[in-house]
Design a protein around this ligand. Structure first.
Ligand SMILES: Cc1ncc(COP(=O)(O)O)c(C=O)c1O
Length: 385
């Protein structure tokens, strides 16, 4: 089997699974309980928080555990919009965000907030000058992703941070679900970033657990009221086993980060070089430093993305379409559509996403399998003649 769909989800690391099962069987008390079982659980909860904070280089009280990327994004965005609604009702995002950001903005728009969606260029990148022009005295929030999940564009978080220095009251949220552990931290995090979202199942941790980083002093309104866990921001009994396993997965992810990211890039490079220049092929994820090392999106014009996915699946090779061609819910927020890619090409796009366990041999096998499909297709379509 070749699994090139790591941006959709990853296989849980055996070490994280071991932590999960140890905690679930041995440290199963409720961290809020007053007795010693509760104390032990509380101790592990706070140790996990500290481990994650240290690994991310932030303060322990800036880490909040959530159910994943979607909840972290919703909490950051709605939490800001509601908490600051007396000060202004203008919120800004990009036109290439994940649905958990894009649809949250739409919901707020329907509730009376004014939304600016920044356009993107041919590489799916926002122009910081457009942000500058959009900011006004009513703006309370800017939410821009670090790495695009469909094509891997790294957004200009540094330049945006510089612009926002002049707007100290505006909350700046970065969806970094696809960015952690890819050797690009200095491009997607600055001290001006107020909030960040992360999701454990994207880096070999369990499903249904994630992180919201929230800088000290930034106020959010919680989505859920209840027992006041997570310092009132996220009520509900903590999923301790998943939290501890995620902390373990974070440590593993960030060990030898650069070397692992380089290996992923080498796979991207090998497949890209094979694809480059072939008639009918369009590559959306160039080999450039402002693109993530682990995502390669391309289209073979004339074959729908899902057809390619299923044809490769028959050979035990697993890749994805992008949301543009996930015809089940063709989504106007799609990155390729926002880049004004013609429909015929956008619906042919597929995404390959690598992790550190993938190898160059797998890249060769992928190339061999794809090449057969390509040659057949090229022949019947008289490509390159
Ligand atoms: C950029 C981005 N943000 C948010 C999410 C949602 O994360 P989760 O699956 O943990 O809710 C994803 C998942 O694909 C993503 O790629």
């Amino acid at each position: 089997m070749i699994y090139f769909d790591n941006s959709a989800t990853t296989k849980m690391a055996p070490e994280a699974l071991e932590t999960y099962s140890q905690v679930v069987t041995k440290i199963w008390g409720n961290p809020s309980s007053l007795h010693k079982l509760g104390d032990r659980a509380h101790g592990l909860l706070e140790a996990s928080r500290k481990q994650v904070a240290d690994l991310l280089g932030v303060n322990t009280d800036e880490i909040f555990f959530t159910s994943g990327g979607t909840e972290s994004n919703n909490t950051a965005i709605k939490g800001t919009a509601w908490a600051k609604r007396e000060f202004g009702k203008h919120i800004i995002t990009s036109s290439v965000e994940h649905a958990s950001v894009a649809n949250t903005f739409t919901e707020l728009e329907n509730l009376g907030f004014r939304v600016t969606r920044l356009p993107v260029d041919k590489e799916g990148r926002v122009n910081p000058e457009d942000l500058k022009a959009a900011l006004d005295k009513d703006t309370t929030l800017v939410s821009i992703m670090g790495v695009n999940n469909e094509i891997g564009t790294i957004q200009p978080i540094k330049e945006i941070s510089e612009i926002l220095e002049d707007y100290p009251n505006v909350h700046f949220h970065v969806d970094n679900v696809q960015a952690l552990g890819k050797g690009i931290w200095d491009q997607v995090f600055t001290p001006r970033v107020d909030m960040m979202s992360f999701s454990s199942h994207k880096f070999h941790g369990p499903r249904g657990i994630g992180i919201l980083y929230k800088r000290r002093g930034r106020m959010l309104m919680p989505l859920c009221e209840g027992g006041g866990q997570e310092r009132g921001l996220r009520s509900g009994t903590e999923n301790l086993a998943a939290i501890a396993a995620m902390a373990k997965a974070t440590r593993l992810l960030l060990t030898d980060e650069k070397e692992k990211a380089d290996r992923e890039y080498a796979i991207k490079e090998k497949i890209s070089k094979y694809l480059a220049g072939k008639p009918g092929i369009h590559i959306f994820s160039p080999l450039k430093a402002d693109f993530a090392p682990h995502i390669l999106c391309f289209a073979l014009e004339g074959i729908r993305g899902e057809t390619l996915v299923h044809t490769l699946e028959d050979q035990d090779i697993y890749i994805s379409t992008t949301s543009a061609c996930a015809s089940k819910k063709a989504d106007e927020a799609s990155t390729l559509v926002a880049m004004k890619t013609p429909d015929a090409i956008a619906t042919s796009a597929v995404r390959l996403s690598f992790d550190e366990s993938n190898t160059l041999e797998e890249a060769d096998e992928f190339i061999a399998a794809f090449d057969k499909i390509y040659q057949h297709f090229a022949k019947i379509n008289h490509l390159g003649e």
